[in-house]
Design a protein. Structure first.
Length: 95
């Protein structure tokens, strides 16, 4: 697995909706880029100007909502993941 550095987070995107709220099946070209995902790995945190590390508020296994075009998509072991900065994560979905 990939170990993120600093305030970075590795996220596996959850599948985009395949049907509209009205029940219409959407083709691949009409699907929006997913904005939710599951956290697979978390870096140690951001290093502040005074040298201390700010702890991350996100944990492995959290379901998060992130910026639509944030992060970098890569393949790791045949699986597509997104590396995001903590600032690109907008919130944690609570059940």
């Amino acid at each position: 697995m990939l170990k993120p550095l600093g305030d970075r987070v590795v996220v596996k995107a959850l599948d985009a909706e395949t049907t509209s709220p009205g029940g219409i099946v959407l083709p691949d070209t009409a699907k929006e880029r997913p904005q939710t995902g599951e956290v697979l790995a978390v870096g140690p945190g951001k290093t502040l100007d005074n040298g201390t590390i700010a702890a991350m508020e996100i944990n492995v296994g959290d379901k998060v909502v992130y910026s639509k075009y944030g992060g970098t998509e890569i393949k790791v072991g045949g699986e597509e993941v997104i590396i995001l900065r903590a600032d690109d994560i907008l919130g944690v979905v609570e059940n």
